[in-house]
Ligand binder design. Sequence first.
Ligand SMILES: Nc1ncnc2c1ncn2[C@@H]1O[C@H](COP(=O)(O)OP(=O)(O)OP(=O)(O)O)[C@@H](O)[C@H]1O
Length: 279
Amino acid sequence: MTTTPTPTVGKATGPNDALLVVENLGKSFGGHEVLGGINVTVRAGEFMCIVGPSGAGKTTLLQCLSGLTAPTTGAVTLRGERVTEPPAEMAIVFQDYSRSLMPWLSVLDNVALPLRSAKIGKAERTEKAMAALTEVGLKDHVHKYPWQLSGGMQQRVAIARALAYAPSIVLMDEPFASVDAQTRADLEDLTLNVKRHLGITILLVTHDIDEAVYLADRVLVMGKKPTVVVDLVETHLGPHRDQIATKATREFAELRSRVYKQIRRDDLTNSAGSIAAVG
Ligand SMILES: Nc1ncnc2c1ncn2[C@@H]1O[C@H](COP(=O)(O)OP(=O)(O)OP(=O)(O)O)[C@@H](O)[C@H]1O
């Protein structure tokens, strides 16, 4: 019998409390300042999407939040504790995750594999992996190999692998960038359902403004050079969203144009700056 993974809620954090706090986070690479002081508080249980022009530093920000990269200035804290390495209650799904599946391992073993390094026994590993695969609708495919699955199914395996840890927070970097539009919509809805069901917090980076508004409780818009938070938009679209009905609402159109204008204005400002600098 399998059980649904239970997120690590624990400690003092309840819904809407501050979970991840980012204070004055700056990041430079060899004197080139990419992030110029990011301030944001992520609430427990929220879905936050991060958008911004290409090269603004969205991936860099996620890497700093996860503790994989040290910030140059400022700090990230999770439940009040400084993040200096990937915390046990955080799962990370980066851009090329479908390629990170091991082709010689079954779907079940791929999902269970990282649990081995957490020194979890075989029976419990299998139970947790089965529960996570059930959560993403793959319980009938657990003995297949990744190469026997479609791209969208492989991405669901990677999401299951992240969920198997029972994380309280999941960071996702462009997770649906390489699938067709219908599969992308299906994966968006799957992610919304999983989040609602497990009560986890999600931070997702995307280039797609419609996707950001559709998924998010709040959209964080990054811009300017060096990059700061130029807007933080509450969507107020409610917990239940529908690909057709939600996107047809006036509220959705207004939110999309607000985010679009922020990004476009920033792109124009930056290109004007580079022309001036060249001239
Ligand atoms: N390890 C690194 N060393 C040097 N420069 C880096 C490194 N990582 C990122 N950068 C630079 O930081 C800037 C931001 O990169 P990043 O990938 O975070 O942006 P992004 O907003 O995620 O871009 P995109 O939307 O195109 O994926 C870029 O100029 C990039 O070249």
